[in-house]
Structure formats: structure tokens, C-alpha cells
Design a protein around this ligand. Structure first.
Ligand SMILES: [Mg+2]
Length: 357
């Protein structure tokens, strides 16, 4: 790893030509460095198989970021190592959860806090939680990407399973973007500043937002991105220790702009709202993108809800559990418009086929 690009520890992305037609690839995964050796005529799928053996992350759930073909496109499974652009020192990132971790998560989900339990206790009033919160606010800084705009509300968005399917396989990250993603964000941005908050590290947040085209989109801007460092570990008497996303952190960072009255947070995990029950909207998780992307309309319909409630002076009186019934008429309209559009497209296709035969 002498030409590893100079990164300390040599754990992240490096490419070294060995004797003969073998290539050494260095990946970073969960803060760990993984080195593999592959033949130059091996495919990207072959790389994945080697990584699966090294990490027990299933090849199907694995995503490799930063691999580009010489054509300039992101590399697909069938691309050959010799045809990849492999810059010395370039970062190669691997994403995916190991099988045993998934088993643990599944086991944990059964005892994870659910909504009824959450209602019983108000953790936010506890002195130890307040103290922790204060320390977190003091110690963790926020990089402002675009300043908050006067008079706007704020929409706080989780990434994994909210905007992005973390565990399905796809050749390109944009295939894992939730349907209507950019339409949703563009429409929301009219009335809401947008904050991204993910439980991973900032590096991943940045990579994901870049690969999904969110951080560079011309029609909307992000105010800031938050990661696990802004989260708080809380002790729930019934459900034990878990991490949550305290909006108090955001409010303390932008006291002139954001507060309980103008913040809405969307996340697929209810426990993330434990300190802000009223502000959270539990979004249906976006999973199995290859199966669900044709039918998932969550972001489209949520656009209608966000637009509708944007007219309110305060969001504090809303019960976001009832978002669908609150925006029922608008959602029905959107559904009809979408169906009409799909029908028109089908007809057009049919006519083209008939015309061509
Ligand atoms: Mg999530």
C-alpha cells in the first residue's frame, strides 16, 4: 500500500498494479479498510463476490460507489476491471449491511419502541436528557450550505428508506432513489428550507446526496446536512438505549428561523422522534426498490400534504398521523392525474407499436 494516495492508515480507496494482470483494490466499508486482489479480466460482479467473502455482506445488498467505466458512466456488474477508471488514491466505497447485522436488526425491531409505548413517557423533560442535549449543541457544529430564508418553514428528512433504498441492489445509485424524489424536494423548497439528517457519518451523507443528485440540484437547495454526531442516545425505561434525532439541536443552531411551530421531520423510524413527537411524520419505508418503484407514490402524495399545511401559521396543532386524510382531496387529484398520464403513455406506446408493424 505504498502508493495508497497518502491517506492515513491506507484504509480507503487505493489501487495498485501488482505483477502480472492482477489489480489490488482498497475499499472502505464501515470505517474498515478491505483489500482485495482481482484479475484484470474479472467483472465488477467478481469484485462483489470477493467483497462478500471478506465482509459477509451479501452481493445482492452491496453497493459500490466511485467505480467508473472508461465510458464515464458508473460501472455496472458486467464491466471488466481492465475497463474501469482506477485512479491511485481514489476513494472506493462499499455500502451494505452484513448478514449477522441484519439478523440482529430484525431481532431488535421486534422490541423496538412502538407508538403506544412512546406516548407514555416524555423523555425530553428529564434533566439528564437536557444536559446531554446542551453538550451536544455545544460540541457539534453545523456547516451551513445555504442560509435559512426568512419566513420559510423547515423540512427535516432522513435518507435511508425515506429517500433512498439502502438494501436493494442496483447498478446505479439513482435507481435506488425514491420515486418523485426531485419533484418532491423542488415543490417542498418553495415553502420549506430543507435539512437532511441521517444516522450515518457525514462522509456517507455527502456521498449519497451527491450520487442521488440532491446536493447539486438546480431547483432546490439544502440548508444543511446533519449526521450521527447530532443525534442523542436516550435511555427509555421500557425500550432501553437508542439513538434519536432531537430537533432541539436544529432549533438551537438556528434560533431565529426554526422552532417547534414550523418544523416537520420525516423519517421511517418512529423512535427518532422520541423527543419531538408532534413534529414527526412516520413515512412508509421505501424498500425493495426494484419491485416497489413502479407503485411507490409516498413522496408525490406527501408533496400535496406539505403544500397544504404550508399555508398554516403554525404546524404545532397538526397530528401528522392523519396526513393522508387531511390532504385527501389533493391526493385523489394527484392520483387521477398520474393515472391519466400513465394511460396516455400506454396508448401512445400502443399506437407506435401498431404504426410500426
Ligand atoms: Mg431511515
Amino acid at each position: 500500500m505504498t502508493d495508497a494516495g497518502g491517506e492515513a492508515g491506507g484504509s480507503s480507496g487505493a489501487v495498485t498494479a501488482l505483477d502480472g494482470p492482477q489489480v489490488e483494490l482498497a475499499f472502505k466499508w464501515n470505517k474498515k479498510g478491505i483489500l482485495i486482489h482481482v484479475d484484470a479480466d474479472e467483472s465488477v460482479q467478481g469484485i462483489k463476490r470477493k467483497l462478500e467473502a471478506a465482509t459477509s455482506v451479501s452481493e445482492k445488498r452491496m453497493k459500490l460507489l466511485g467505480l467508473k467505466a472508461r465510458s464515464g458512466k458508473p460501472a455496472g456488474d458486467a464491466d471488466i476491471v481492465a475497463d474501469l477508471v482506477l485512479k491511485p488514491g481514489a476513494k472506493l466505497l462499499m455500502m451494505g449491511t452484513a448478514d449477522e447485522e441484519i439478523a440482529k436488526l430484525n431481532a431488535g425491531a421486534e422490541v423496538a419502541p412502538h407508538e403506544d409505548g412512546m406516548a407514555e413517557i416524555d423523555l425530553v423533560d428529564r434533566p439528564e436528557v437536557q444536559e446531554k442535549l446542551r453538550r451536544r449543541i455545544d460540541s457539534c457544529s453545523v456547516k451551513v450550505l445555504n442560509p435559512p430564508r426568512a419566513g420559510k418553514k423547515v423540512l427535516v428528512l432522513d435518507i435511508d428508506y425515506t429517500l433512498f433504498d439502502l438494501n436493494s441492489s442496483a447498478e446505479r445509485p439513482e435507481e435506488l432513489a425514491r420515486p418523485f424524489l426531485h419533484q418532491f424536494l423542488s415543490a417542498a423548497w418553495v415553502d420549506y428550507d430543507i435539512v437532511i439528517w441521517s444516522a450515518t457519518s457525514m462522509k456517507w451523507v455527502e456521498v449519497k446526496m451527491r450520487e442521488l443528485g440532491v446536493s447539486t440540484h438546480p431547483d432546490y437547495k439544502l440548508t444543511c446536512m446533519l449526521d450521527h454526531r447530532a443525534m442523542l442516545t436516550v435511555q427509555h425505561p421500557k425500550y432501553g438505549l437508542f439513538d434519536c434525532k432531537p430537533l432541539q439541536f436544529l432549533w438551537a443552531k438556528f434560533p431565529e428561523h426554526y422552532g417547534a411551530h414550523n418544523t416537520i421531520m420525516m423519517d421511517d423510524l418512529r423512535r427518532n422522534y422520541v423527543l419531538n413527537k408532534q413534529n414527526g411524520l412516520v413515512i412508509r419505508p421505501f424498500k425493495k426498490a426494484h419491485l416497489t418503484r413502479a407503485t411507490d407514490r409516498e413522496l408525490l402524495y406527501l408533496t400535496a400534504y406539505l403544500q397544504k399545511i404550508a399555508a398554516l401559521d403554525s404546524l404545532a396543532g397538526l397530528n401528522h398521523r392523519h396526513w393522508e386524510s387531511y390532504a385527501k382531496a389533493e391526493i385523489r387529484q394527484l392520483r387521477r392525474a398520474l393515472e391519466a398520464q400513465q394511460q396516455a403513455e400506454q396508448q401512445q406506446q400502443q399506437q407506435q407499436q401498431e404504426g410500426g408493424s
